[in-house]
Design a protein around this ligand. Structure first.
Ligand SMILES: *Cc1c(COP(=O)(O)O)cnc(C)c1O
Length: 389
């Protein structure tokens, strides 16, 4: 992969020049778990597949290149990637974490890492005084999601990572929602990237995977040690499936973004919708930072219906858009965060940040935008008729 290529070319060509024997355009799936040693003290570079496996290696090299990092690590899920990263920390360490956080990450920190004495404080990571107010002598890292899910709060990555550096802290960014096609946090000063590759990178709602990308020799070696020692690695066939999806990432992200923007604008003018949360809209508080640090917008946004009673019939009347968890696939999915993805977050925290019973999250797919708007229009209308008669 030539570093000078545009990201579209790098994506389309993942693995296409790596198989010298046959010239296969798609890198093959090597199922082997064991690799023959030529002689005592020699290795082909592959010994045992938990440590390193050929198909996974092609994916990991591509992930590192795409995120402008030094090393990539493919894991069996996004949560496996997050767990591997958090295992860097030791008993007594403290983390500063984005307030409106993916529910699974919150659960991992509060229900599992807390048992091992790793604690976290949750703040708006875009506010330096909030970061400062929770910093302790044992703070080790800042963990950022931007934009957050579901409320789409934006953090200035450069500002936060500069602050972290001044205090000797690592900056870790969950880049799931924008992908390296739209945002590359390592170029803005972050140290570690985590992805749920189940979402946009895979893109087809058919492979569960996670990615870690590190910058710098020391961090890369430490992560290689953890990845191998913990063993939550991605299988060869899932590695292939993920690369297959990533080849079309650029095209998909462009369509996700344009569809999401058109639909967000439509909902803003709809009388049964009271608020739309999407950083691509100029009235969003994160609009300028988003434009500064990213070349585009994610395909998910959230909105509040004017009356909580609309939620149930809207979800029931949608035809094209599926009522389902997850995001980032070609198919449009609608979620109800308060009872689904964010059910593990205590109700006080959830309501304080605005994840209430009127909030719906929409992962906009790549279908024709007119069909999606028509589906929303008819579902909202059917809900109105049911509630108001
Ligand atoms: C889905 C998701 C995760 C968890 O990833 P899995 O692949 O489901 O394990 C982590 N972070 C974000 C932002 C996500 O959307």
């Amino acid at each position: 992969m030539d570093k000078k290529w545009h990201i579209e070319s790098k994506l389309a060509q993942i693995g296409s020049m790596e198989e010298p024997v046959t010239g296969a355009i798609n890198y093959p799936i090597y199922q082997a778990t064991a690799f023959r040693h030529p002689r005592l003290g020699q290795s082909t570079g592959f010994d045992y597949s938990r440590t390193k496996s050929p198909t996974r290696t092609i994916l990991e090299q591509a992930a590192a290149e795409l995120e402008s990092g030094d090393a990539g690590f493919a894991c069996s899920s996004g949560m496996a990637a997050l767990q591997t990263v958090f295992m860097m920390f030791s008993q007594g360490d403290h983390l500063i974490v984005s307030l409106d956080l993916y529910g699974g990450t919150y659960r991992l920190l509060e229900r599992i890492l807390a048992k091992f004495g790793v604690t976290a404080s949750y703040v708006d990571t875009n506010e330096l005084d909030q970061l400062e107010s929770v910093r302790k002598p044992n703070t080790k890292a800042v963990f950022i999601e931007t934009p957050t899910n579901p409320l789409m709060m934006v953090t200035d990555i450069e500002l936060a990572s500069n602050w972290a550096k001044q205090h000797g802290l690592l900056t870790i960014v969950d880049n799931t929602l924008l992908t390296p096609y739209f945002q590359r946090p390592l170029e803005l000063g972050a140290d570690i990237i985590v992805h749920s590759a189940t979402k946009y990178l895979g893109g087809h709602n058919d492979v569960l995977a996670g990615i870690i990308v590190t910058k710098g020799e020391e961090l890369s070696q430490e992560m290689a040690f953890l990845h191998n020692s913990l063993g939550a690695v991605l299988s060869p066939s899932d590695s292939y499936q993920l690369m297959r999806g990533m080849k079309t990432l650029a095209l998909r992200m462009e369509r996700h973004e344009s569809n999401a923007l058109a639909i967000a604008k439509y909902l803003q003018t709809h009388p049964q919708v009271s608020e739309v949360f999407y950083p691509a809209l100029p009235d969003h508080p994160g609009y300028e930072i988003q434009n500064k640090q990213s070349s585009g917008n994610t395909g998910i946004f959230s909105f509040k219906v004017a009356d909580a009673r609309y939620v149930e019939p809207v979800l029931r009347h949608l035809k094209l858009i599926a009522f389902a968890e997850s995001l980032g696939g070609v198919e449009s999915l609608m979620t109800y965060p308060a009872v689904q993805t964010h059910a593990d977050i205590p109700v006080e925290i959830r309501e304080a940040i605005g994840v209430d019973d009127r909030l719906l999250r929409f992962s906009v797919g790549i279908e024709h935008v007119d069909d999606l708007i028509e589906d929303l229009r008819q579902a909202l209308e059917a809900a109105r008729v049911e509630i108001e008669g």
